[in-house]
Design a protein around this ligand. Structure first.
Ligand SMILES: Cc1cc2nc3c(=O)[nH]c(=O)nc-3n(C[C@H](O)[C@H](O)[C@H](O)COP(=O)(O)OP(=O)(O)OC[C@H]3O[C@@H](n4cnc5c(N)ncnc54)[C@H](O)[C@@H]3O)c2cc1C
Length: 427
């Protein structure tokens, strides 16, 4: 079969890999110059490795992507970095049952209640009965109002903004269930890994067109795409036996012609937030206690997570620079999406000084990255609105980030989606 895939993120690449292994004629169209999608990286001068524009790691049970790495002989590094929370101007490590039981801002009884709820969720294999409940209603009820308000509520607000109270308990279950204390990372960075996958696809005859966008697709007699080099108005037209679309649903709605109204309305109901990450390149560590991930439990903070990547991966791979992400999830009409990197640093700076008053002296450089579509909102009973792979357009399949459920979106699930949609087409 002759198959077009729109997007060279991990969904598109893994679908392409599965299909070329079965001798299909596959063409991947990607508007960016490089593969990786939301997990794409860049390389600073003097760095041996690339760094993701937005912080990325895997859990050690992310089997779909870890098996893919194994299959293409790609080296994975596993470390156990420190994860902490920032509450009332202090950092508390909170990444194991022992650290939860030692957490000093809650009474022993409150700590016990919180760890019992987390433990129950961790060992509960059934998410379906949970999806009808809102996390914001059930968590304070069962783990106690104080722990919820102190730790979890600010995290929900920082991650989901005005949608925080709507998020399903099944999403929270998935976050707890999946988390592993050790984390994994592809040697060289996600961009390098995606490039390795591209090479495997090309070895098997697949074609990948970078810097090429699809402004329109349809399926009357045959699935058809119009494509062009980015920045060039000259359109080319090509027919295929099947098309796999891996871009977010609202973009699919923009480029697809001939979709029925009810389908458009259903996809149009899905909500999401964007993400911004300001990356500081420092000549000294930011944290003095080797924290990798710091969740800021303060709903008024100008930053949601401070992630010192070089407390996870060795700084020698980045010319001995200490690399720190300052991450936020925001709606695309938020001011954060309008800010320059200078404005954003100015906004976050007073907060950073609470943790490291001297950090500014060690800045070598800093960069700002924005992803307008980064985090789907998962309300109660999401399974009822989850878009299917099969679309109303004949032989046009949708496999995108909004179909990842109950798990939180991630490259592991992108690989899972890619594999599933490829199998569906092969069948
Ligand atoms: C802030 C942040 C943190 C994250 N943290 C992690 C993490 O720690 N671990 C993890 O595993 N995952 C993480 N993720 C999620 C992960 O990056 C995504 O789930 C995954 O990359 C999605 O892959 P995808 O292929 O489905 O979609 P995408 O990566 O979005 O790929 C879609 C591709 O389509 C291309 N495209 C769009 N429109 C067109 C068009 N018209 N024509 C041609 N090409 C087009 C895009 O350029 C893109 O390359 C994070 C994401 C963000 C934003």
């Amino acid at each position: 079969m002759k198959i077009a895939i729109i997007g060279a993120g991990f969904t598109g690449l893994s679908a392409a890999f599965e299909l070329v292994k079965k001798n299909h004629d596959v063409s991947v169209f990607e508007k960016d110059l490089k593969p990786g999608g939301l997990a794409i990286g860049y390389q600073g001068r003097g760095w041996e490795w690339s760094l993701e524009k937005h912080y990325h790691h895997w859990f050690t049970n992310d089997n779909s992507i870890l098996n893919l790495a194994k299959e293409i002989n790609y080296e994975i590094i596993i470390n156990r970095p420190k994860t902490s929370v920032f509450i009332k101007n202090n950092i508390y490590q909170l990444d194991s049952p022992t650290t939860v039981l030692r957490f000093p801002l809650l009474s022993f009884f409150e700590r016990l209640k919180m760890s019992t709820v987390i433990g129950l969720l961790k060992y509960d294999p059934f998410w379906k009965p949970l999806e009808k409940y809102k996390a914001s209603v059930m968590l304070p009820k069962f783990m106690g109002k104080k722990s919820y308000e102190m730790i979890w509520k600010p995290l929900f607000i920082n991650k989901f903004g005005s949608f925080a109270d709507d998020v399903s308990l099944a999403w929270f279950w998935a976050r707890i269930k999946k988390r592993t204390p050790s984390l994994a990372y592809p040697k060289g960075g996600f961009l390098n890994f995606a490039t390795g996958l591209v090479e495997e696809i090309e070895k098997l005859g697949g074609k990948i067109y970078f810097n090429t966008e699809i402004p329109e697709l349809s399926s009357k007699e045959k699935p058809q795409i119009k494509f062009r080099r980015v920045g060039n108005s000259k359109l080319k037209i090509e027919n295929f036996d099947a098309i796999i679309v891996t871009i977010p649903s609202f973009l699919f709605l923009k480029i697809a012609t001939g979709l029925p109204r009810e389908y458009k309305e259903a996809l149009g109901k899905l909500k999401s937030l964007g993400a911004t990450n300001l990356i500081l390149r420092l000549n000294k560590p930011f944290f003095n206690d080797s924290t990798y991930w710091l969740s800021v439990c303060d709903k008024n903070a100008p930053v949601m997570a401070i992630v010192e990547h070089t407390n996870f991966m060795d700084k020698k791979n980045y010319n001995n620079e200490h690399l720190v992400y300052l991450g936020n999830y925001k709606s695309i009409d938020d001011d954060y999406f309008k800010m320059t990197k200078k404005q954003m640093l100015k906004k976050i700076d007073p907060y950073l000084k609470k943790i490291n008053p001297e950090y500014k002296k060690s800045i070598i450089n800093y960069e700002l990255f924005k992803a307008p579509f980064a985090q789907p909102i998962i309300p109660v009973n999401y399974s009822k609105i989850l878009p299917p792979f099969i679309t109303p357009l004949n032989n046009v399949y949708l496999a995108n980030i909004e179909q990842v459920y109950p798990w939180d979106r991630g490259t592991n699930y992108a690989v899972e989606l890619g594999n599933k949609v490829a199998k569906l087409i092969i069948k």
